[in-house]
Design a protein around this ligand. Structure first.
Ligand code: THU
Length: 161
């Protein structure tokens, strides 16, 4: 038996002012998107914004449905839209924010497991890591690749073995 450890590296910031101008703009886009989410059931609004390699910004937000599982998270709405619109362009960065009860959340909200899996496939597809910015009002956490948030991941390599 051998015990191993997997280490995740997270960069933490106390204010959006500490981010680059590019990242700040992306966070503002994610916030804008959160305010347009369709969330009649949870009232939990998530906004995602992507910066693509060609400089385009793409926004997404969660879309809910009376048949609950038919809805989709903000991150996947953004990634699938980007992949549908610009299939040859890599995703460089994603910023994620959440808004509920009239204000943006103080703490950063990390993406759900399914969104992590989709972001992982997107990294693989374009052979380029995606920087993930989790933006809360009091704390911002950044990881340099979705793999930091999804250790022991399943990907297409396993299908080929
Ligand atoms: N949600 C997202 O949009 N992204 C996530 O990564 C986690 C959850 C949405 C789904 C649902 O509309 C609401 O938040 C409450 O779960």
């Amino acid at each position: 038996m051998k015990k191993t450890q997997i280490i995740t590296t997270v960069f933490e910031y106390d204010s959006i002012d500490e981010l680059s101008t590019e990242d700040q703009e992306l966070v503002l886009n994610a916030k804008e998107a959160a305010l347009r989410a369709y969330t009649p059931y949870s009232k939990f609004n998530v906004g995602a914004a992507l910066l693509l390699e060609n400089g385009k910004l793409v926004q997404g937000n969660n879309q809910e449905n009376a048949a609950y599982p038919s809805g989709l998270c903000a991150e996947r709405v953004a990634v699938f839209y980007a992949n549908a619109q610009y299939p040859d362009v890599a995703v460089k960065t994603i910023a994620i924010t959440s808004h509920t009860n009239g204000s943006f959340l103080e703490s950063p909200v990390p993406p759900c497991g399914s969104c992590r899996q989709v972001l992982l496939e997107t990294e693989d597809r374009y052979k380029q890591p995606i920087k993930v910015i989790l933006c809360g009002e009091r704390k911002i956490k950044i990881v340099e690749s979705i793999k930091q948030l999804l250790p022991l991941f399943f990907d297409k390599e396993m299908l080929d073995e």
